[in-house]
Design a protein around this ligand. Structure first.
Ligand code: FAD
Length: 398
């Protein structure tokens, strides 16, 4: 016979566990189910195993959504300081790496343990190896129960049903389109989904041009449309990666060019003009190898008609050399896709959800939280902060 509970949460990841702990702390009878063999796999693999769990500065500009106001309410009601307070409560050692990014000193497991301890303390139950078969909205006569969920572990009747099944990235870690199917079943709109925070691939010709640069990095400013990021770029054997590239990938559409400034901290015309006076006999490649790795300097110098001592270039030629390094235009062939993407852009259309409760406007008792929603953060701890904040918001109303 079906089990009667208050809240069923599908997905024991960042958002689901956060919601479970807080709903149970309100005295709600909460069950979390996950189809994977263990919970929180993405937390464990995040931040290179150290989990970049939040950021010192969380602003609207760090998020993408069809409605750039939707996420503000939840983020304001559960801030990075609230999560840091939890981290301190559990004695998890952490540090700021760069750009406000907070990481565990030891391992990501510390963050998962924190969530599981909070769930245990509040009395939320968690079950793995649970496949969802069907979801049915119940008629009013079953109140307070509103949903019947048939699972491989038995049937549940619940008042609130929370979908926290995440996005499509890294299918080998258990990612599925389940949350989007539930949204469609109940008539919620979806925004198109694509891989975000993902490396770019290059064409065979482009790869040949930059083959000597593989493994080399530079701090660059990469621009696509009106968006720019200054961070590291890494040449790989398949294309371009590194934080600057992952960030801009969330703003890139197929067919668009990237403009990359390989020396954003320097005015190269100015610099080379000064070198013409100070070190006139030094070869251009030698000078450029002082500013960038030797392989990057040589690969880009190969686009210069002739390598000469620096004093033998005209001002016009110096300008052209500077443009090569300051305004490198490249059109990626594509992205690596969900196989390596950190996030999924798009998802459940926020117009169909309450920004206060995360509940579907047309479907009382059905909630969507975390990455399944059309809210995507930049690299730097912003995706977890959204998972914590949206999970906490829903927890107050389930
Ligand atoms: P998830 O954490 O993905 O949890 C979803 C859960 O639902 C999973 O446990 C899954 O097994 C379960 N599930 C899925 N389908 C079903 C189904 N059909 N039935 C039952 N259960 C199901 N973000 C940061 O902020 N900082 C980082 O350092 C960072 N590093 C990352 C590194 C990598 C390699 C990746 C892939 C992502 C990283 N992210 C990072 C992004 C972050 O992990 C996600 O945005 C976040 O985990 C989303 O939380 P969620 O709870 O919505 O989904």
């Amino acid at each position: 016979s079906p089990q009667n509970i208050d809240v069923l949460i599908i997905g024991a990841g960042a958002a689901g566990l956060m919601c479970a702990a807080n709903a149970a702390a309100r005295g709600r009878n909460v069950v979390v189910v996950d189809h994977a063999n263990k919970v929180g796999k993405k937390i464990l693999m995040s931040g290179g195993g150290r989990c970049n769990f939040t950021n010192m500065e969380v602003l609207p500009k760090h998020y993408l959504s069809a409605n750039p106001h939707f996420f503000k309410s939840a983020l304001a009601r559960f801030t990075q300081w609230d999560f840091i307070a939890l981290v301190l409560k559990h004695g998890v050692a952490y540090h700021e790496k760069k750009l406000g990014q907070l990481f565990c000193d030891n391992k990501a497991q510390d963050i998962l343990d924190l969530l599981l301890d909070e769930c245990a303390e509040a009395g939320a139950s968690i079950f793995t190896h649970c496949d969802i078969k069907t979801i049915e909205a119940l008629s009013a006569e079953h109140a307070p129960a509103r949903y019947k969920v048939a699972t491989s572990l038995g049937d549940y009747l619940c008042e609130s049903l929370v979908i926290a099944t995440g996005g499509l990235s890294i299918p080998t870690m258990g990612a599925t389109g389940f949350g989007y199917q539930v949204a469609e079943q109940f008539g919620l709109a979806l925004k198109p989904r694509t891989a975000g925070l993902v490396p770019f691939t290059l064409s065979p010709t482009q790869l040949e041009q930059f083959k000597d640069c593989v493994g080399n990095a530079a701090e660059v400013t990469v621009t696509c449309g009106t968006q720019s990021f200054t961070e590291n770029l890494l040449f790989t054997h398949r294309g371009l990666s590194g934080p600057a590239i992952l960030q801009i990938s969330s703003y890139w559409q197929p067919g668009q060019n990237l403009e990359i400034n390989l020396l954003p901290q320097l005015d190269l015309v100015d610099y080379l003009t000064r070198q013409q006076q100070e070190r006139p006999k030094v070869l251009l490649t030698t000078l450029m190898s002082e500013l960038l790795t030797k392989s990057i300097a040589q690969s880009f110098c190969s686009f210069v008609t002739e390598i000469r001592p620096v004093n033998q270039y005209t001002p016009k030629e110096i300008q052209a050399i500077a443009d090569l390094f300051h305004k490198w235009e490249i059109m990626p062939a594509g992205t690596e896709g969900y196989r390596t993407a950190e996030v999924t852009l798009g998802g459940v259309d926020v117009d169909g959800l309450s920004s206060k409760t995360m509940e579907a406007k047309n479907q009382p008792g059905l909630f969507f939280i975390g990455e399944v929603v059309d809210v995507t953060g930049h690299l730097g701890g912003f995706n977890f902060q959204w998972a914590w904040a949206s999970g906490f918001a829903a927890a107050q109303f389930v």
